[in-house]
Design a protein around this ligand. Sequence first.
Ligand SMILES: Cc1cc2nc3c(=O)[nH]c(=O)nc-3n(C[C@H](O)[C@H](O)[C@H](O)COP(=O)(O)O)c2cc1C
Length: 205
Amino acid sequence: MRQFLEKDLEGLDKIYRLNLINSCTGYKSANLIGTRSAKGQNNLAVFNSVMHLGSQPALIGFILRPLTVPRHTYSNLKATGYFSINHISQNQIEEAHHTSAKYPEEVSEFDQTELDVENKLSQEIPFVKDAPVQLACQYINEYLIEENDTILIVGKILALYVQENMLGEDGWIRLDQGNVVSINGLDGYALPKLLDRFPYARPKK
Ligand SMILES: Cc1cc2nc3c(=O)[nH]c(=O)nc-3n(C[C@H](O)[C@H](O)[C@H](O)COP(=O)(O)O)c2cc1C
């Protein structure tokens, strides 16, 4: 095994450290967050930090980078109070990745990629057409992570759309049926394969 001590990490080349630390926590969720500006401009950006916060009420969170540069997802969701979360499927990875490019506020990533917008529920929540799972969320709160000035955004799920063939009888969403990808680090996209499911775990007798 290669060993990296804290002092080694500090001395690493910037890109090497970024890759190492971004991939050392394991596979991450792959989502496109859609928002609309107060002027009605759609915005789309890839995020690998969307996480489950609780199911009753249905809450999600994601981490936003420091506000040292304009963050359109953030300014839009603060302006309207809403955003969409769209799972990325295998055939969308290249276009999804491109949404991380820095476009000016007046340019929509929907126009710069092959990804199409889907309007439903509310004009203020643009969805990604053909995303196998889509969530409509309402901004609830945010928490500054003081250690590095990132922000935990907390959202409530207002509506959930799931491709029919992915939804099990018990409510479980079988992600591989929708070819939903996950993210390895900051630029690697993987297609996970389901191995098994297990009943609720209880202590052994
Ligand atoms: C794979 C990948 C994952 C990313 N995850 C996040 C993330 O979790 N949080 C974040 O703030 N930015 C993340 N980014 C960067 C944003 O996609 C990028 O800053 C984008 O330009 C933001 O767009 P916006 O200004 O329209 O919100 C990620 C980029 C890539 C390539």
